[in-house]
Design a protein around this ligand. Sequence first.
Ligand SMILES: [Zn+2]
Length: 77
Amino acid sequence: MKPRDCPDCATAMRPIKVLDATHTATGSSPSAHFELAYAAPDAERSFFMRAIKQEGTLRAMLCPDCGRALLYAIPGA
Ligand SMILES: [Zn+2]
């Protein structure tokens, strides 16, 4: 992914990893082992897989100057 500039202050943004507190490796602290993902708003949980059909993953970028964070969808990833 090409580096992008912050839409607010035009500083070069850097990739960050969002820690998902709903999936924990130890049961207590946030884990970085899960990628953020997204699905269609009407996606239903599969009866057999007990998982929601995932359309892609989300990549997070952070502006180190003003602190703005953005999410970019990566379909099929
Ligand atoms: Zn900024």
